[in-house]
Design a protein around this ligand. Sequence first.
Ligand SMILES: N[C@@H](CCC(=O)N[C@@H](CS)C(=O)NCC(=O)O)C(=O)O
Length: 235
Amino acid sequence: MANAATTTNPANTAAHAPALRLHDFFNSSAAYRVRIALNLKGLAWEHVGVKLRSGEQNQPGYKALNPAGLVPMLEVDDEHVTQSLAIIDHLDRLQPAPLLVPAGGPARDRVLQIAQLIACDIHPLNNLRVLKYLVGPLALTEAQKNAWVAHWIGLGFDALEAMLQSDGSAGDGDWCVGSAPTLADCCLVPQVANARRANIDVARWPRIHRLDARACRHPAFAAAAPQRQPDFIPA
Ligand SMILES: N[C@@H](CCC(=O)N[C@@H](CS)C(=O)NCC(=O)O)C(=O)O
């Protein structure tokens, strides 16, 4: 099913338009990053739902496609690309406009630092399989699990807020780095959505709060939101 929210960006002139199929789950923040990137580039893509709550990601059929048993996975013609940051890097090479990881200089460093702070330091600690392990084999209570989630998001957002503040050029701008959306914003918005799902008051971090609100008004971000996806299940 083609994502109705996306249209082809006339600024992009790729000679061959590969078939893009995103193995996706509406509430996956890693997949949400990729949905934003695809939309920013105006690429047409097909949603392939993977039902994480019923464990479809661990079934042999999906694991044959992605042995890690995680979404997202992007099929680009016959190639299977996993890991959201690698997928977005792939998309930058497939269709450079707009470039989501700046080519060089301090902006590139800042974008990658923010993206990796979120994708490597915050998100994995609160992933579904980690939380299941806490309440399953480790027998934590729901309250202890929630405290775990709030602790790691809080610690990470404290660092992120300070990083955003230290950016003299863009700390008060519309985007995490520079004057246009980048990979950093593709990571920030889904992580804020995760924080809200965990009932964390994101207003504690004014820059993160403001940048998220600004980005969510952009059509590419709005169309990628969980509630706009075909497999959305209301809470
Ligand atoms: N580092 C991976 C993380 C992927 C990931 O953790 N995906 C989650 C959803 S956000 C998942 O598939 N979880 C399934 C599970 O925990 O069983 C990426 O950036 O793509």
